[in-house]
Design a protein around this ligand. Sequence first.
Ligand code: NAG
Ligand code: NAG
Ligand code: NAG
Ligand code: NAG
Length: 284
Amino acid sequence: MVTSSSGQWWLCILVFLQILLKTEGDLVNITYVNKAVAKGAVCLDGSPPAYHFDKGFGQGKKNWLLNLEGGAWCNNVTDCIARKSNILGWGSSKLMWTQLNFTGILSNKSYFNPDFYNWNKVKIRYCDGASFTADMEAVDPDTNLYFRGARIFGVVMEELLAKGMKHAKNALLSGCSSGGLAVMFNCDRFRALLPKKTKVKCFSDAGFFLNAKDISGQPRIQEYFNQVVMTHELEKNLPPSCTSKMKAGLCFFPQNVAQNIQTPLFILNPAYDSWQVSSFLVIR
Ligand SMILES: *[C@@H]1O[C@H](CO)[C@@H](O)[C@H](O)[C@H]1NC(C)=O
Ligand SMILES: *[C@@H]1O[C@H](CO)[C@@H](O)[C@H](O)[C@H]1NC(C)=O
Ligand SMILES: *[C@@H]1O[C@H](CO)[C@@H](O)[C@H](O)[C@H]1NC(C)=O
Ligand SMILES: *[C@@H]1O[C@H](CO)[C@@H](O)[C@H](O)[C@H]1NC(C)=O
């Protein structure tokens, strides 16, 4: 009997925990930046960029947390064309889910997210294939690919500034994976867009990609990043402090750009980043 009643007790705790977990999510609708199309700030397929905005409240009303979505890159024209039909919308806002579940750092519950729950929270969707860095004017009529990630960043910032971000007390630019890399390339630009009195910081989560050879001795990620840089013509958009010293392909690596970022930058990276290991170091 004792075991059975203590069993029920644990069941109660489990159900309670489950209810707590179930309520973490906060479904937030998509906002398409339709006016971006006229400015050519578009996804790979020419569709408008998009973000999800959850308004801040209480003490957090004047604080802004931006999160750049991740999702690898496309490294050649064939791959970028295929990305236009990526089911997560990584190449087209036509395929993006119209609602996102805001959890973790984006959760609106103080229990799960004590530091940021009441801030204005924005998830910026990734559909350019090159970490929000490209701004290539030409569009090849054969491929119909737009390489405009840097322009997307600019237009989305313009809209958020108008929505109240220009009065921000605190502003944090965050992102994960290729979004974490995007944070490094856009951190000082973000700082420059905000008033001097705004406290601005950046947070790159799992965006520190190592320039290491794979187990067969091939510089696989170096070749891959070089192809991303060539395909999207990134040389002119990567930091001159780096491109003046080495070839542009190497300036897509955080180790060659992070030290020149002027704005406070926090880097979080697991020592054994499973994505890097399986994608670039030990390929099955
Ligand atoms: C949102 O995320 C939470 C936590 O991961 C999960 O429990 C919940 O079921 C999700 N809600 C929806 C509608 O997907
Ligand atoms: C969080 O979001 C959910 C879903 O939109 C909403 O019902 C709830 O009121 C929000 N919580 C707070 C504290 O704003
Ligand atoms: C989000 O979109 C759904 C479906 O279009 C709509 O029913 C809902 O009212 C919207 N929620 C908000 C907060 O605008
Ligand atoms: C393009 O890159 C992909 C890997 O992303 C590779 O599988 C494919 O062979 C490359 N195609 C060309 C034409 O180089």
